[in-house]
Ligand binder design. Structure first.
Ligand code: SF4
Ligand code: SF4
Length: 168
């Protein structure tokens, strides 16, 4: 896994899609490919009120990425300094093996260039000390760019708070 993690506070997310839009704008993507996605869950009535979650899905930058192993040309790579998985476009031949290999359908086909595009945590921004575009423009600050260990801590705390809130 990358040393970084994009943490989403589900209670803050309003499903405005600003993250997706700013990702597409920053990466100059045509209609079609979506490097990060907000997936809407089914609407349920809880306590008589309609509730819905909006789940943010970027690339997980796996420790041992299926996409990298499946790429026959070495275009799909993992940066040694921080574990970010990215595509070297000069090597991509558009075979789409990475789409098949990734369990979450993260690599995206860009018909304009005939190559794969994917979330690289905006590594050019990170190298300049900035955060990924999706995080920077999140309307409600639901997204946070943090370390993987900090994400574990936040997840645990959030689980306990939500569980105990329903007990009292
Ligand atoms: S594209 Fe899929 S397999 Fe590759 S690093 Fe991202 S989540 Fe893992
Ligand atoms: S920008 Fe933030 S609030 Fe809006 S959909 Fe994305 S994660 Fe949710």
């Amino acid at each position: 896994m990358s040393i970084y993690y994009i943490y989403q506070d589900h209670n803050r997310c309003i499903g405005c899609y600003a993250c997706e839009i700013h990702c597409k704008t920053k990466n100059e993507l045509p209609v079609g490919p979506r490097l990060c996605r907000i997936i809407e869950t089914e609407i349920k009535l809880i306590g008589g009120l309609p509730r819905q979650r909006f789940v943010f899905m970027p690339c997980f930058h796996c420790e041992d990425p299926w996409c990298v192993k499946a790429c026959p040309t070495g275009a799909m790579q993992k940066r040694s300094k921080d574990g970010i998985v990215f595509v070297e476009h000069s090597l991509c031949v558009g075979c789409k093996s990475c789409i098949t290999a990734c369990p979450w359908g993260v690599p995206q086909w860009n018909p304009e260039i005939g190559k794969i595009v994917k979330c690289d945590y905006c590594k050019d921004r990170i190298d300049r000390g900035l955060e990924p575009a999706c995080v920077t423009k999140c309307t409600t600050k639901a997204l946070r760019f943090i370390s993987a260990s900090e994400a574990s801590r936040l997840k645990r705390e959030s689980f306990v708070k939500e569980t105990y809130a329903s007990l009292y």
